[in-house]
Design a protein around this ligand. Structure first.
Ligand code: CA
Length: 229
């Protein structure tokens, strides 16, 4: 079934542009022009993701985000904020409130679509069993908790997503491009972005201690997860 996206934006030009590109990608799109309307839509026709402009009349985007997070039925609803250039303070507050990602205006619709797909992929229910264990490694996908030899390993969200992507690939090699797209939502992989993957893999290996060896480098291609001892 097509994922449902609620686009909340009072500026018609931007709203139409976002809707056009999302619909072209097969998403089911609804729109709201202000915060109150957005909250109503979320109740009556729950979406899978919200694209939320922060600059809205009356009830602002940050307040909408705060209310979504406060209500248990929408606390985990993925939110991508649209922010104006120079609005670093609002963006930080939004991320602290639990928004999943942000896009700065002016943005490329392609990038927005890529971010929407990436956030939806990360939000989807885990495939297979909710807890994966091999050797001394145990990963609870639902709780997003990792333990090595019974002791918790504290991963950043990106490190966790990276580990999950590798585990779910079941031994297949994932290229840096695939990881960038799936974990970071970057459609294009330049040298700097590729290095980001390597840096995260290195940190992830360190945090996994003896189990870090399961993340195997496929020379000049990417990485894979090794289940065998
Ligand atoms: Ca606006």
């Amino acid at each position: 079934m097509a994922a449902r996206v609620l686009v909340v934006e009072d500026e018609p030009d931007i709203r139409d542009l976002v809707v056009l590109h999302l619909e072209r990608e097969g998403f089911q799109v609804r729109t709201a022009r202000n915060g109150a309307e957005a909250l109503r839509h979320v109740k009556t026709a729950p979406p899978d993701l919200v694209v939320l402009d922060l600059m809205l009349p009356e009830l602002g985007g940050l307040e909408v985000c705060r209310r979504l997070r406060r209500d248990p039925s929408t606390a985990s609803l993925p939110v991508i904020m649209l922010t104006a250039k120079g609005d670093e303070a609002d963006r930080l507050v939004g991320l602290e409130l639990g928004a999943d990602d942000y896009i700065t205006k002016p943005f490329s619709p392609k990038e927005l679509v890529a971010r929407v797909k990436a956030v939806l992929r990360r939000a989807r229910p885990p495939e297979g069993p909710a807890v994966f264990s091999v050797g001394g490694l145990s990963v609870d996908f639902g709780k997003r908790q990792v333990a090595v030899g019974g002791a918790p390993a504290v991963l950043t969200p990106k490190e966790f997503d990276l580990l999950r992507a590798l585990i779910e690939a079941r031994g297949r090699v994932l290229s840096r491009e695939v990881l960038l797209d799936g974990v970071w939502g970057y459609a294009r992989a330049g040298e700097i972005e590729s290095r980001t993957v390597d840096v995260h893999v290195r940190r992830l290996r360190q945090k996994l201690g003896v189990e870090g060896r399961r993340i195997v480098t496929a020379k000049s291609v990417g990485y894979r997860f090794e289940e065998a001892e």
